[in-house]
Design a protein. Structure first.
Length: 496
């Protein structure tokens, strides 16, 4: 087989021949009368009426046979066979066509007909180059064996697929379908919230002080202002300012950035939907999440019962609601409410749980992650977290060390995080100052004190429920994708 450089050189030679024939292989415009799918939808009408059509597309198969050729072109809607005959398109046009290769874009003018084998095809009267491809596209072969489609030479290398997503989309149709569903899911989320009188807003990506989550930021420099800025890790503190300013329901579809490790669940750049609803608490937000995700399941999966990674998921309401302490007791068989910190640390050491910070809330969080999260297959709201790991959430009236917070899990995936938002500015200052002390002690994910936010809080914020939903993980769930890289067009990759 020729190596890639030889194939590229051969295509460049064809470019020269096209120039000699007076052909511009990269014209500015194409003419299209129909999508390919429209031809198939009204096949008999096109065949009987002998209407001339103009189709565009990329050449995906090619058989040149002297004075006749068969090839397939593909547009966004489908693929159709083209029959080109030298005597019909003319000597010069056929010579031009002979410079074509797999991957080239062409404009075809002609009539629709059925071949002797019954395949709907386009009988070419004229062929025009739209783009001459220089690099050969990998060839994926399909064959039907015992009624089943078998694919050979599949473009399946994960690393290469992520780095060259354009080839992944060209060669793996199911990948394109995943991203079409992603767009549909985000559109549904917007429509769902718009119908409930939420207003979509935009807040700064570059922030003088980051906050709203436990994460390390990316840092950049503004040269003119001579100051450091941070890529946002969350939208929370700015969206709350809007609630303070009189908007009662706001949301943002946002890109957030966290300078943390990468794995199948985490990418440094990811998509969230954050929303805040005045005069609501975390119970109201739980109801909202149930309604939203069941609507998406019905639309995308066609049912409330579907499979993810071999697990059968049932999205039927109502979903389970259980406190983090009760779930640890259910799955780990220990009662953290009656254990001292020393006893929990001993338990972690025995079970090889690594701890960056040995505080009560962090220990509970790590025990939960290791032993409980993987078991939360059916939709579950995990509620009532330690105040220490939830500095922006309101305490429960009957236990000030526990906050009104939930995380929603489906198929072992954490889909979202929500609070009854803390609106007491004095309590908020005390918590942020406590976080700042932890940061000084080495906890790089702890928050800093945001004086501008605290000043805004002092003007008064109504009771509010807030929510952050991980869009990428929701898309993973409803497209049966097993890595966040499968649902992000261009995931972050190491240099090679």
């Amino acid at each position: 087989m020729q190596n890639e450089n030889q194939l590229i050189n051969a295509r460049k030679e064809k470019l020269k021949r096209l120039a000699e024939l007076g052909v511009n292989p990269f014209p500015s415009k194409a003419e299209r009368s129909h999508l390919i799918a429209e031809i198939f939808e009204n096949a008999d009408k096109f065949v009987k009426s002998e209407i001339c059509v103009k189709l565009v597309g990329r050449i995906r198969s090619l058989r040149k046979m002297g004075k006749t050729s068969f090839f397939h072109i593909e547009d966004k809607s489908g693929k159709i066979q083209v029959y080109a005959r030298k005597d019909d398109v003319g000597e010069k046009n056929y010579q031009i066509f002979k410079q074509s290769d797999l991957g080239d874009f062409v404009n075809i003018f002609g009539k629709i007909f059925y071949t002797k084998s019954g395949e709907l095809s386009l009988y070419a009267d004229e062929i025009t180059f739209l783009t001459k491809s220089i690099r050969p596209i990998p060839v994926v072969k399909e064959k039907e064996i015992d009624g089943k489609k078998v694919i050979y030479d599949q473009f399946a290398d994960k690393e290469l697929r992520y780095r060259k997503r354009y080839l992944d989309l060209l060669l793996n149709p199911d990948v394109k379908e995943t991203f079409i569903k992603r767009t549909k899911i985000i559109k549904m989320m917007r429509e769902f919230l718009d119908k409930r009188n939420f207003i979509e807003v935009e807040t700064p990506i570059l922030q003088p002080q980051y906050g709203g989550a436990a994460a390390q930021p990316f840092i950049t420099k503004h040269n003119k202002l001579d100051m450091n800025l941070y890529l946002r890790i969350a939208d929370e503190l700015y969206l709350k300012r809007l609630i303070i300013g009189g908007f009662e329901r706001v949301y943002e579809v946002c890109k957030d950035f966290r300078n943390e490790g990468m794995d199948r669940m985490h990418n440094p750049e990811f998509t969230m939907i954050e929303l805040y609803q005045a005069y609501a608490d975390y119970n109201d937000i739980m109801n909202l999440v149930e309604e939203l995700l069941t609507e998406i399941a019905n639309e995308i999966c066609g049912t409330l019962q579907f499979e993810y990674d071999g697990m059968k998921i049932n999205m039927k309401k109502p979903w389970k609601r259980a406190s983090i302490s009760s779930l640890i007791q259910e799955y780990v068989k220990i009662n953290i409410e009656k254990m001292t910190l020393a006893e929990m640390l001993k338990f972690c050491k025995k079970n090889e749980i690594e701890l960056d910070t040995k505080t009560y809330g962090k220990v509970i969080d790590e025990i939960f992650k290791k032993f409980v999260e993987p078991n939360l297959i059916q939709p579950t709201f995990v509620i009532d977290f330690p105040k220490e790991v939830s500095p922006l959430a309101k305490s429960k009236p009957d236990n000030l060390e526990i906050v009104e917070r939930f995380e929603v899990f489906i198929a072992g995936l954490e889909i979202g995080n929500a609070f009854t938002e803390l609106n007491d500015p004095i309590d908020q200052r005390a918590r942020l100052e406590s976080q700042a002390e932890k940061r000084k002690s080495g906890d790089l994910e702890a928050s800093e004190v945001d004086e501008d936010f605290l000043e805004a809080m002092e003007y008064g914020m109504p009771p509010t429920g807030g929510l952050g939903l991980g869009v990428d993980r929701i898309v993973m769930l409803f497209t049966n994708s097993h890595s966040i890289k499968d649902v992000i067009f261009f995931p972050q990759m190491r240099n090679i």
